[in-house]
Design a protein around this ligand. Sequence first.
Ligand code: HEM
Length: 225
Amino acid sequence: MIRLFHLVHTSLGSKVVVALTGLGLAGFVVFHMVGNLQIFQGARAINSYAALLRDMPILLWTVRAGLLALVVFHIGLAIKLAIRNRRARPIDYAVRQFREASVASRTMAVSGSLLLLFIVFHLLHLTVGVIDPSFVEKLDIQGQRDVYGKMIHAFQDPLLVLVYVAAQIVLGLHLSHGVASSLQTLGLEHPALNRLFQGAGPAVALLVVAGNVTIVLAVLLGVVR
Ligand code: HEM
């Protein structure tokens, strides 16, 4: 246990934990998007799906605690690594060599910070209901929490749609570089598989962004109502 603690404190150990927690969070985001796509199957499908976890409070709170731990370790160690890298190179390069680095890789700290802001906003909006309390307690005709109604109500507002679509662009940038570089950190590099791993980041990002943007635009345009 003590050895594990020391290992996490090394740069390599921290990078491995950032990679593992990042992949865990990417897995959640894919799972969450697929779950939300049930809006296309109607109110009954998505409300029953949402009720499934709520009816098992121990599982719900275990998942929530797990997600919180992933977020805390991911952000905490990413900040630590960034500070350590900066201290190791106190004088900035006279001419920054940006040719090799993609926009996504150069903006990881900014996209990560914006994502954190979005997650806080999203939880206050759709889970806690502080931003719009009108649907928090509302039940559907089966007596289940009306998550469907909540989403329809939310995404009929063009301003909220703008916030969610903008957040998806930021999420896409973060995922695109994050997934690819996490696979690299974990040593999943193999000449034959390199292109596959490099493509995995943009592929996951595209999948999540396309799914999420389709949901909010389908509501805004009245395809789902
Ligand atoms: C357009 C995109 C998204 C939609 C439509 C959406 C929809 C929702 C809805 C309806 C809920 C509340 C569910 C309920 O009341 O039972 C929720 C909760 C949540 N969402 Fe999202 N979401 C989106 C994007 C995201 C993203 C990008 C993240 C993370 C990066 C995220 C993280 C969460 C979390 C952590 C919860 C709380 C789950 C809990 O109850 O513990 N969501 N989302």
